[in-house]
Design a protein around this ligand. Structure first.
Ligand SMILES: Cc1cc2nc3c(=O)[nH]c(=O)nc-3n(C[C@H](O)[C@H](O)[C@H](O)COP(=O)(O)OP(=O)(O)OC[C@H]3O[C@@H](n4cnc5c(N)ncnc54)[C@H](O)[C@@H]3O)c2cc1C
Length: 323
């Protein structure tokens, strides 16, 4: 059993327990979302001793140097003194400027923010409600010129944060936004190599942002987008993607439906399976995988086995924390 000290209060952390689980068990108010080290919303700071290396996985070097670590990845090796960061250290305030529906269960949320020069389409941010509830959402546009971040948010039945965004948030409301996280974005280099984008559901959000970023940067290699859903009603931006394909000869769009009813103009099958069938050459491409974690993890392995270099596989798995 190790001891965690926060503001002179002491909490016990059982062997095998993470710092996050120990603090939640003690009903300490902690911000967290995925519990898997992806979203970084449970980032806290060790005072004095360095935190275990494994608990700093994926953090920026500047954060590591300041002894920030992820509470969900931290199994303490010794007693720790911890400081919970102030919201203003990690979040800035954005203002909602648009909320409209993209299909029957997907919200388009636009938020105006300051200082978003370093936010790239395809990365994600943590959005935080005033009571501390926090969730990650992917950036669906290239925000530098407009100063506005766009998100696509699927309503989950009984989902706390998505229901709040769908039902309660209004134009003019403020919402806290973290720094951008993740490495799933377009880098303007090797412009002649092909890009393969595969996404399920709101996995289209980062992909549509990456697509526009690549086109705006004059990408000349082919770009193929496979967007999948089980039924037609859950696809979205179909006409817009078809228009982009008409304007750009190097862009191909495959709206995929895995369910039984597949109208003309749509492709039958799961997005990853359709991509595997469609493409014979997988070497020297960049592969972007976003959305359901099972699809992302399976396709990452398939892509690697087909010859895509691990460094050229960019993923954004939408991990949903189980209650
Ligand atoms: C890096 C990252 C990027 C993300 N980007 C996006 C994005 O761009 N758009 C987006 O909509 N979401 C995205 N997510 C998911 C998002 O962060 C939330 O997890 C999601 O909105 C659910 O939160 P909630 O509070 O509404 O649901 P919660 O209150 O957290 O409840 C979720 C409940 O749904 C159950 N559940 C689990 N999986 C499913 C499923 N597939 N369908 C239905 N129910 C399920 C769980 O068991 C749980 O009980 C992303 C997640 C990560 C980690």
């Amino acid at each position: 059993m190790t001891q965690l000290t926060i503001d002179n209060k002491i909490y016990a952390c059982a062997p095998e327990e993470t710092v996050l689980d120990a603090l939640l068990r003690a009903e300490v108010e902690m911000s967290y979302a995925c519990k898997k080290g992806t979203c970084h919303s449970c980032m806290v700071r060790s005072i004095g001793d360095n935190p275990p290396e494994a608990a700093q996985k994926g953090l920026k070097d500047t954060q590591k140097k300041q002894n920030y670590f992820l509470a969900c990845l931290c199994n303490p090796e010794q007693d720790m003194q911890i400081r919970l960061p102030e919201q203003s250290e990690l979040y800035s305030q954005g203002k909602v400027v648009e909320n409209s529906m993209l299909n029957r269960n997907t919200l388009l949320l636009k938020v105006r923010c300051q200082d978003i020069q370093e936010y790239f389409a395809g990365q994600f941010v943590n959005l935080q409600r005033a009571d501390g509830l926090t969730r990650s959402y992917s950036i669906a546009n290239t925000p530098q010129e407009s100063g506005i971040l766009e998100f696509h948010i699927r309503a989950l039945v009984d989902g706390q944060f998505s229901s709040w965004l769908h039902n309660d948030i209004k134009i003019g409301d403020t919402i806290a936004i973290s720094e951008p996280q993740g490495h799933c974005f377009y880098i303007p280099e090797r412009a002649d190599e092909d890009l393969v984008l595969i996404g399920t559901g709101t996995g289209l959000a980062p992909l549509v942002g990456i697509l526009h970023d690549a086109l705006e940067n004059g990408h000349t290699g082919s770009i193929s987008l496979f967007h999948g859903s089980s039924v037609l009603e859950d696809l979205y931006r179909v006409n817009e993607m078809r228009e982009v394909a008409k304007k750009h000869a190097n862009f191909s769009y495959f709206p995929c439906i895995s369910g039984a009813t597949v109208p003309d103009g749509f492709v039958a099958g799961r997005a990853d399976a359709v991509a595997l069938e469609n493409r014979s050459e997988w070497k020297k491409i960049r592969l972007f995988l976003c959305g359901h974690p099972d699809m992302v993890n399976n396709m990452k392995m398939e892509g690697f086995l087909k010859g895509v270099a691990m460094d050229d596989i960019y993923t954004d798995a939408f991990e949903i924390a189980t209650k």
